[in-house]
Ligand binder design. Structure first.
Ligand code: DX5
Ligand code: ZN
Length: 220
């Protein structure tokens, strides 16, 4: 099933509650919330206290993408704040297995992300425990970067591996997803589409979300 998850990195931070509502009425399935610590990536965004406040503004699924060095330490805070899908990087300093277990023990969906330079096989040992894998198509840290089409073989390989193991997990793609790249990622096998600048920079987000979904749906 296709899910569209607008990245709020590109929203108007002075009126986030309204922006979340605008995404809901535009047909978003999830909200992608990018958490950056200025250490794992060279940018700082927001943390659990703000997510806790934002939780009151929206009932959409909070898809929290943790670009932080020590996710294990902060997972309980993000779960208490209202995260539904908790995604962290396999390249982080935390013990991957322990961090996945911590998320699952809280009844939330555990997801693992890979940066462009990391082989997709890095997530294979954990697939049975994951609800989603995020394949980055830009270097994490900033919105509005160019889409890296050379990441597609990783998505194809992962989809094949999931089929081989009879797993139906979500494959998410994040970075440079737009009306001109969405078919490429859907054809490769990604079904959860994050888009920041393409949606928030659009004059008509509802139309953009509808078109993203329609273009992707051709491949599922
Ligand atoms: C980048 C973030 C992305 C980003 C995507 O580090 O993880 O979620 O907001 O932005 P666009 O869609 O503009 O590339
Ligand atoms: Zn992200």
């Amino acid at each position: 099933m296709i899910k569209i998850s607008p990245s709020i990195l590109s929203c108007d931070y002075s009126k986030m509650g309204e922006e979340f509502e605008r995404m809901k009425i535009s047909g978003a399935d999830w909200l992608h919330i990018d958490v950056m610590d200025g250490h794992f990536v060279p940018n700082i965004t927001l943390g659990a206290p703000l997510i806790k406040c934002l939780r009151k503004c929206s009932d959409l699924v909070f898809d929290v993408h943790l670009m932080i060095s020590d996710p294990y330490k902060y997972i309980p805070d993000f779960i208490k704040a209202g995260a539904d899908v908790v995604c962290f990087h396999v390249e982080s300093d935390s013990d991957t297995e322990k961090t996945i277990d911590l998320i699952r023990e809280s009844g939330k969906v555990a997801a693992l992300a890979v940066k462009p330079g990391t082989e997709i096989e890095a997530v294979y040992p954990y697939l049975e425990k994951l609800g989603m894998v995020l394949v980055m198509t830009v270097e994490p840290g900033f919105g509005g970067q160019s889409f890296m089409a050379d990441m597609m073989p990783k998505i194809v390989k992962l989809r094949e591996e999931c089929k081989r193991r009879n797993l139906s997990l979500d494959i998410q793609v994040d970075g440079g997803v737009s009306l001109s790249t969405v078919e490429t990622v859907a054809e490769a096998g990604a079904n959860v589409l994050v888009a920041g600048s393409a949606i928030f920079g659009s004059e008509d987000p509802k139309e953009t979300i509808t078109l993203l979904r329609e273009k992707a749906a051709k491949y599922f």
